[in-house]
Design a binder for this molecule. Structure first.
Ligand SMILES: [Zn+2]
Length: 405
């Protein structure tokens, strides 16, 4: 038996007026997903345990069968693992975005999707000016970087910058015990980045400069029960983003790097399919993660998001389903999204999202059924599904209401 989860990040949304009152998932061309929905089962699933934020980390953990309320320490420690950074027990990891703050507002959580070359130079200079004993900057990809801080503050509330687009930043600054140390680092980064040659060039080219760093998603090192122990399956995760790769590494799954996978609509879809099909020859399970719909949601671009979902159907779901059918082996194929990233919100929201489960092979399917935010709304949303049995589970999670991330 082969097990496959195809995950379009942030595909869920709300009805969009310009799409004739349809959601991007409804407006997109999704013939393969619609056939899978017709031949299989569709349910609404709650991916966010009560009291936890609707982050990709929490939601992807849940879809892989992990209870985030027990395992989760923060987003940054997962990304650190994904980036190959070793953390000691007294280390605290912070996600460090390069952002554009203009007139006190969060103009862009990605500093105009700044290039990795530009960002590497900025992070290196920030490191030189701001690093102290036990506090180090680690350059990542584009706007996504990390700070590792020995005995750094953990008892603070921080805000993902992609959830406060266009909002004043002041009410969203870190709060709680030792938060002033984090605020001070963010303040001091402004002086380093102001007048920086990289930023001067970007402004000259009409692009947004990286005006400061934004620290969030902090936590101590995290551990997970091996996936093989949890489900009795070998497998891998195919993704472009450090966060999901980090979950894979923590779960002891294989995490092959796909060349030119970007986490955006220009990603190497063929390469991801090829890598996933190869992986399935040796192993039982593959989780294919596609980031583009989420990024388009954060950009507030309903047209681009609709296209990203159509591309996901055409370039990932279609060929993966075909490969499973052609192998002739029994399989369980799951189409899922981790959470909603409504274009009108430009951030994540915690409402239920659809999931489709198909047991094959099924031969040719011509019938189509809806797969969207309104399918199977009559049934109560469930909290999780069991990868091995395919059973959708409706656990009582009311007792988890107290848990805070
Ligand atoms: Zn996500």
């Amino acid at each position: 038996m082969k097990y496959v989860i195809l995950l379009g990040d942030g595909m869920g949304d709300y009805p969009v007026e310009e799409l004739g009152g349809r959601t991007p998932l409804q407006a997109a061309e999704t013939p393969h997903i619609r056939r899978i929905a017709a031949a299989g089962r569709v349910q609404q699933i709650k991916t966010v345990p009560p009291g936890l934020p609707p982050g990709s980390d929490v939601c992807n953990l849940g879809l892989l069968g992990y209870d985030a309320s027990k395992n989760y320490t923060g987003r940054a420690p997962i990304e650190a693992v994904g980036a190959g950074i070793q953390m000691n027990p007294d280390d605290v990891a912070f996600r460090c975005n390069l952002v554009t703050v203009n007139d006190g507002r969060m103009k862009d959580y990605s500093a105009g999707h700044i290039t990795t070359d530009e960002a590497t130079e900025l992070i290196s200079d920030l490191g030189r000016e701001l690093e102290t004993e036990g506090l180090t900057f680690h350059a990542g990809i584009s706007y996504r970087h990390l700070v590792i801080w020995r005995d750094g503050p953990t008892d603070i509330r921080t805000q993902p910058p992609h959830d406060i687009s266009d909002e004043p930043v002041e009410p969203h600054l870190p709060e709680g015990y030792r938060s002033e140390e984090v605020r001070m680092l963010m303040d001091r980064s402004r002086k380093v980045l102001n007048e920086h040659p990289v930023n001067k060039e970007r402004i000259k080219a009409g692009k947004d400069p990286a005006t400061q760093i934004w620290l969030w998603g902090q936590g101590r090192a995290m551990t997970l029960t091996p996936f093989s122990e949890l489900h009795g399956l070998s497998g891998g995760i195919v993704t472009a983003v450090d966060l999901v790769r980090g979950i894979g590494v923590l779960a002891g799954l294989s995490t092959p790097v796909v060349p030119h996978a970007t986490g955006f609509i220009d990603t190497n879809y063929e390469g991801k399919v090829q890598t996933s099909v190869e992986l399935l020859k040796e192993r039982d399970f593959v989780y294919v993660h596609v980031e583009a719909p989420d990024e388009c949601g954060h950009m507030g671009d309903f047209e681009l998001k609709t296209r990203a979902i159509s591309d996901f159907d055409e370039k990932i779901v279609g060929p993966m389903w075909r490969a499973l059918e052609e192998s002739g082996e029994p399989y369980r194929l799951v189409i899922a999204t981790d959470h909603r990233t409504p274009v009108s919100v430009r951030g994540h929201t915690p409402e239920p999202v659809p999931i489709a489960i198909l047991e094959g092979p099924v031969g040719e399917v011509t019938e189509e059924a809806d797969f969207d935010e309104f399918s199977s709304l009559g049934d109560n949303p469930v909290y999780s599904f069991d990868l091995i049995s395919g059973v959708l589970k409706s656990d009582d999670r009311t007792s988890m209401g107290q848990i805070q991330a």
